[in-house]
Each structure stands twice: as structure tokens, then as C-alpha cells.
Design a protein around this ligand. Sequence first.
Ligand code: AHG
Ligand code: MN
Ligand code: MN
Length: 336
Amino acid sequence: MANKNQTLGEFIIENQDSFKYTSGELSRLINSIRLAAKVVNHEVNKAGLVDITGAAGDTNIQGEDQQKLDVYANEKFIQTLTKRNIVCGIASEEEDDFVAINSQDENNQNKYVVLIDPLDGSSNIDVNVSVGTIFSIYRRVTPIGTPVKIEDFLQKGSEQVAAGYVVYGTSTMLVYTTGDGVNGFTLNPAIGTFYLSHPNMTFPENGSIYSVNEGNYMDFPKGIKKYIKYCQEEEEDRPYTSRYIGSLVSDFHRNMIKGGIYMYPKGSRNPNGKLRLLYECNPMAFLAEQAGGKSSDGHTRTMDVEPTELHQRVPFVCGSKNMVNKVEEFMREFGE
Ligand code: AHG
Ligand code: MN
Ligand code: MN
């Protein structure tokens, strides 16, 4: 029975043994993500004050240059994971190449790599709309104590050992899975503690929300156009409601709670879609499946896509199982 008074720290310790590779390392890793999330949350929360507090030559009180929040979030997550010497490598949407962390040191026994979108939905920051952080964790495939290599990062989503997101919304939540369901924790900002507020989160099998940037409609594959028209038809349980925030994390979070589907299809401007397989699609796909939902590129399961490069993009259809199945039906019938 889930205990809603439980803190994230307690939950991590209590559930450590249910994880198949228990060494405490993954727990330490999630703990440091929790810490970085609190630091970034603090900064995101005062986003509107940046111009005011930064008036004196664009430097903050410590004399550091003020930075765009996505650069700030990137630095904070990388710093936290590096300083605590917890992982052997990090790949970030904000870095051209992966970052190796003391991985050439044969005493470095760390076996995990982290892939991260430090700030998702960054175009929403200036307008006080929710943003997020997405993370994905794998075991390295090269030997421990040798330098990490690109193949440690280019693993199929089905190899993930943990994934999650932080949503900096009306409240701040950390939602994650280690392959044993999905749990959500809400931050009490007064005391800086995350509490288990959403145990065992599940996607309703059916939903009535569709989330897609309809401005790109003319450019979508025929199967997607037909599906959008299907969503709009007047039938028993339709039309569906259209909701699109433009922060994947927030759109996903709402759809998981209420039942819905998120789509970022390909088009001529984005021939592979826009979202990144390793930092955005795979972690969300892992969470979706763990919550009883589904994720694909319209044909193939997201987590079965073989990655070929770090910043690879893929078309993305993710949400309530029956809705994703319907999109796949339309894609089979009407195609590109
Ligand atoms: P990021 O801010 O990390 O670059 O990601 C933005 C992504 C995603 O969060 C969002 O759903 C999508 O881009 C929105 O794209 P459009 O503005 O093209 O709809
Ligand atoms: Mn993003
Ligand atoms: Mn981003």
C-alpha cells in the first residue's frame, strides 16, 4: 500500500531491493537528479525576475554571468552528476558530444550513463508556461574502468534501466520509473522535499485529448491527417479535445493523468519529426509503457528503434494504448 507521506528519499531506499541490479548506485544517481531538480526548480521559479535581479551588468549575486535557463539547467545536472562521481558519462541535448566522467580511471567503477534534455519546452520560459527536464539511464556496455564510448549511449530504449521527468508547473513534480511502474512525487517548496503524491500512475486505455501542433497540418503524413479528422468527427465519444502546450513533458503529464495522445509526426521541414530519440522519445516511451500506455513512430515501437547518432530525431506518437493503436491503423491504411 502506497504511503502518501513518504518522501522521495525514503521511497528510493525502500524500493532499492526490488531493482534487479542492487548496488545502491542507481539510488545515488536518482538522488542526485532529485537534488539537481530542486536547484533548477529554484531558478525556473524566478525566471521572470532575471531582468530585474540581473540589472547590474547581467551578473548575479555571485558575480556569475546570467545564462539562459537551458544552459543553466544543463550545467547544474552535469555538475551534480560529475561532482558526486556517480556516472561514467552524460549525453545532453545541449552538448554536441557526450561527456566522459573520469571514465578512463580504472578505479572508476561507475556503470551508468545518463542522457538528458535539461530543459524541455524552453520556448515557454519567457511566457510563464510549464517546462521540464527529461532523463534516461542505461548501464554502459563497454567494460567498467575503461573510457566510455559512443556505443554506451547508442542503446535501444528497451535497454533503459530508469527514466523520468521533472515538470516545473503549477507545482513541481518528479515522475520516474525503474521498470516497476511509474511513481510521481510533488515538491513541497516550503521545506524542499518531494512527497509521493501519485503512486502507480497509469494511462487510461482510452482518452479524449489529442496533442499535436496543428499549424503543421498541411505537412503531415496522410495517416496522421486522417486521424486528426477522426478526432474531430462527431461520434459517440468524439470530437476529442485538442490540448497542446508545446512542452512535451507537460503535454505528456496531462495526457497520462487524463487519457490522451501526443503526436510529433514527420513533415517536409522535419523529415524525421522534431523530437530526439535518446533524450525525449525513449524516456517518455519507457514511462508510457510502464504506465500501460504505448509509444511508436506510427509503425514501429519507439524503444525498438536502433539509434545511429546521439541527436537523432524520430516521429513520435505516444499515449493511451487504444489511441496509439488507432493512429497505427490509420498509418497502415493511408500511409505517408
Ligand atoms: P526543447 O525545448 O527541449 O527544444 O523541446 C521542445 C520540444 C517539445 O518539448 C515540444 O513538445 C516541441 O518541441 C514543440 O515543438 P513545436 O513548437 O514545433 O510544436
Ligand atoms: Mn525537449
Ligand atoms: Mn531542451
